[in-house]
Write a protein that binds this ligand. Structure first.
Ligand code: PHE
Length: 341
């Protein structure tokens, strides 16, 4: 029996040492120390021993059990440590490896132009307003002196929501003039950028959705000279000192007198080319002195106050600013185009 115990001990210790994992080790624990294990089998034979031999043999068996248990514990700890080590090694992060570049977005050229324009107007004491794209025809037309029957109210030009033509997608940012007059104390200096909608076919200069920047000043003694000076300053700040403008007489129902303002073509410098359709000039905005009737409808006395307003086409402004010759490029959002700004 003594020999048997010694054999078990040697075999078990060797086996523990060779265990590659905790699972292996558990199997070995069952095999040597379990209820049906080898050590237990030997102990079951104790009954055959003489009473004198039993205590010594019992003590030896206990020693072997203790030795095996201790060896199991320490092997288990070693395996655990080794496993952790391997895991850490496998998960090592080399912080010196260059990262995967994340493509960085940036502002759209039209919004770069808008931000420049806002900056200029804010510097002149203007407040920037935001307004609804779904507008009442009353504000888009009536309050702007475009009465029933005015051609711009036609269903073929305007997106209406209802059969009575009362609610619509605004066709211009000019209703923001009315909203400002109705909600702000005088004097007023505002600009109001935003989207507008018209039933136009898409081509190099048209889109059913485009952007305008409305502007309005109402104060005492305001004249057309202030309008001209302000617009020329903005154009020079955006396009460079010496950039020429041209003020042409025009008609809008809500301004009198009215004008359209062109800026010299950036491609040909005014000689005439395909970009400016041979004109030498590119139309940027409509403007004029606010019609006394529009002031009256807002409860403002035209004998005491006067004002002017303008509406920039924002796409055109950005196209002139960045020398873009097709409006569609602004909306297509082709990254190869956008990345150039
Ligand atoms: N709303 C006009 C348009 O869309 C532009 C404009 C604005 C003209 C303000 C005069 C004053 O064409």
């Amino acid at each position: 029996m003594r020999e048997q115990l010694a054999k078990i001990r040697a075999a078990a210790l060797a086996a523990f040492e060779g265990a590659a994992s905790k699972v292996d080790l558990d199997e070995l624990r069952v095999r040597y120390l379990g209820k049906k294990g080898e050590l237990t089998a030997v102990l079951k034979q104790m009954g055959k021993l003489s009473p004198e031999e039993r205590p010594a043999m019992g003590q030896l068996a206990n020693e072997v059990r203790a030795a095996l248990e201790e060896a199991l514990d320490s092997t288990a700890k070693n395996l655990e440590a080794a496993a952790l080590e391997a895991k850490l090694k496998a998960e090592t992060l080399d912080v010196t490896v260059p990262g995967v570049p994340v493509p960085e977005g940036h502002r759209h050229p039209m919004y770069i132009a808008l931000d420049e324009m806002k900056e200029i107007f804010i510097g002149m004491g203007f407040t920037v307003l935001d307004g609804p794209e779904i507008e009442l025809a009353q504000l888009n037309f009536d309050r702007l002196n475009a009465e029933e029957g005015h051609p711009s109210r036609d269903w073929s030009d305007t997106f209406y929501f209802d059969a009575d033509s009362r609610v619509m997608l605004r066709s211009q940012t000019s209703p923001m003039q009315v909203r400002a007059m109705d909600s702000m104390p005088l004097p007023i200096r505002i600009i109001a950028p935003g989207r507008v909608y018209r039933k136009d076919e898409v081509d190099a200069t048209h889109s059913p959705m485009f952007h305008q920047v409305e502007g309005m000043v109402i104060d005492k003694g305001v004249t057309m000279a202030d309008l001209k000076g302000t617009l020329n300053t903005v154009v020079e700040r955006m396009y460079g000192v010496g950039t020429k403008t041209r003020f042409r007489p025009h008609h809008f129902p809500f301004t009198e007198p009215s004008c359209e303002v062109d800026v010299q073509c950036h491609k040909c410098g005014g000689v005439g080319c395909p970009t400016c359709k041979g004109e030498g000039w590119i139309e940027l905005l409509g403007a004029g002195m606010i019609h006394p009737r529009v002031l009256e409808m807002a409860g403002i006395d035209p004998n005491e106050w006067s004002g002017w307003a303008f509406g920039f086409g924002l796409e055109r402004t950005a196209m002139r600013r960045f020398k873009i010759d097709d409006l569609r490029l602004i909306f297509e959002n082709d990254v190869r185009f956008l990345e150039q700004f």
